[in-house]
Design a binder for this molecule. Structure first.
Ligand code: GLC
Length: 473
């Protein structure tokens, strides 16, 4: 798909698309230089706190066997919805999940610690009542795994302080506080007999879910509202980790799952091909110059970058005859899901794209050339997102080349970009191949870790007990 493929585009439109294509293309050489910067940042993050890659020890030090059995509650918070789940691990890598979704109201996202956690506790209470799960007086408190998908500095497997909000959340009085204690207090206020056994990032959840089903799993990745990854690192390489285990135990527990917080890569904008449009989006967010990588890749922001590009073309009178609409003028109104629909549109008149532009975004009548230009913009941004993601993924696999060289390595992935964005996975794997070379890349297996956050939280709650036994034996 080259820009001159758009029939009837004027020479000015073609020139604008060529410029855009130049700015959004991440060629192999650029990928390689990003990988170098990424690996350097990983090493800095493992050495000490305060670097752009936070590289947070998750306190998960063992791998699931797939034979774990038990029933746990799980909470998954970090995107559009709160999910409350009852997860039953059945052994043999099998599990079942009963769940209920609650859309997080905007005023809760921007409220304060007390209202925020009370709202969560209310949802848990509704779930327990609806599913008749309240413990009887003779029962023990129900163990719960809490997936809280933000940068949290953990101090144990079920303790951690929020470092900063992102993804449009801003409830006051939570940053710097232990989110497990805040939730535990809110549950107590509602007289819910629940014990929070584990605090988990969604990437750790994806990793554990995938590992429960497939022992060759080395990484868990999220390409959703935000983006991030967790992987098994050699404890000896985590210089900032202060060891708490005996030498003998060290041999048994010689790995640690690291929550990388890779959305924060290159906040200094040294390595990434950041464009005028990316800077525009970044500047208007709640956290300028933070999560720069995430803002070029993930579902919350990609549509907004596209909207900025479209408005630029409109303002140059290269699109829609120079006319926008109130809907398109509204920040964050060009949803990334629209981009998926537009890129996937194979109708001869781009009818689905026409529907999105004219019926949903109420733009004045569009021409076929307009629609092709819009499709091209969305395609280029999706391709760039997948290729940048590949650079991050390949960096981790380069660091763990010991594993990759010795056989298949599975990467468990969850999130709407991965699941629904057309060709995302194909572009991702192609770029991984360019970076690693075909012989290593053929060992990279990607798999959907669907709903990994819930299942993963249950697995970590169970692993927590196992680890505790090992550490206190
Ligand atoms: C953001 C959060 C991170 C989470 C990711 C995906 O980057 O900081 O913790 O894993 O979004 O949800």
């Amino acid at each position: 798909m080259a820009s001159n493929d758009i029939p009837h585009a004027t020479s000015a439109q073609q020139a604008a698309l060529r410029d855009l294509e130049r700015d959004l293309t991440v060629d192999t050489a650029k990928l390689q230089s990003i990988v170098q910067g990424f690996i350097k940042s990983m090493n800095q993050g493992l050495e000490k706190d305060g670097n752009s890659l936070a590289m947070i020890p998750s306190y998960v030090r063992t791998r699931p066997t797939g034979q774990e059995k038990g029933t746990y509650l799980a909470l998954d918070l970090g995107g559009t919805n709160l999910r409350v789940c009852q997860v039953t691990l059945e052994g043999h890598g099998q599990f079942s999940v009963v769940q209920q979704k609650f859309t997080i109201p905007q005023d809760v996202k921007h409220s304060n610690a007390r209202m925020f956690f009370d709202w969560i506790a209310d949802c848990v209470s509704v779930f327990l009542t609806d599913h008749d799960l309240e413990p009887k007086p003779e029962d023990q408190d129900i163990p719960l795994g809490f997936t809280f998908s933000f940068a949290v500095s953990q101090s144990s497997i079920n303790r951690g302080e929020l470092i900063m909000w992102n993804k449009g959340f801003s409830a006051e009085g939570v940053v710097g506080r232990d989110v497990v204690l805040l939730l535990q207090d809110a549950l107590k206020r509602k007289h819910l007999r629940i014990r929070i056994a584990a605090l988990v990032n969604d990437t750790v959840g994806a990793l554990m879910t995938s590992a429960y089903q497939n022992p060759s799993t080395v990484m868990g990745v999220i390409f959703g509202t935000g983006t991030n990854a967790a992987y098994y690192e050699k404890l000896a390489r985590v210089a900032k980790w202060e060891d708490d285990a005996s030498a003998e135990l060290h041999d048994k527990l010689d790995e640690m799952v690291i929550n990388m917080e890779w959305g924060g890569f290159d906040n200094a904008k040294e390595f990434l091909p950041v464009t005028f449009f990316d800077n525009g989006v970044d500047r208007e967010t709640q956290n300028p110059n933070k999560q720069v990588f995430e803002k070029m890749i993930s579902g919350l922001y990609l549509g907004e970058v596209a909207r900025k590009v479209l408005l630029h073309l409109i303002d140059c009178r290269l699109l829609f005859n120079g006319l926008s609409s109130t809907e398109l003028n509204q920040p964050y109104n060009f949803d990334t899901a629209y981009m998926s629909t537009i890129v996937a549109d194979e109708t001869s008149d781009l009818g689905d794209t026409k529907h999105t532009l004219e019926t949903v975004l109420l733009l004045p009548e569009t021409t076929l050339t307009d629609r092709r230009v819009v499709q091209r913009v969305c395609y280029l941004l999706g391709l760039r997102a997948a290729r940048l993601s590949a650079a991050a993924l390949a960096s981790v696999l380069t660091v763990r080349q010991d594993l990759l060289a010795s056989g298949p390595c599975t990467v468990g992935i969850d999130g709407s970009m991965y699941e629904f964005y057309p060709q995302f996975e194909q572009f991702l794997l192609e770029a991984v191949g360019e970076i690693l070379g075909s012989s290593l890349a053929q060992n990279v297996k990607t798999t959907l870790a669907k709903d990994g956050s819930g299942v993963g939280a249950a697995i970590v709650a169970m692993v927590a007990d196992k680890q505790r036994e090992l550490l206190h034996k």
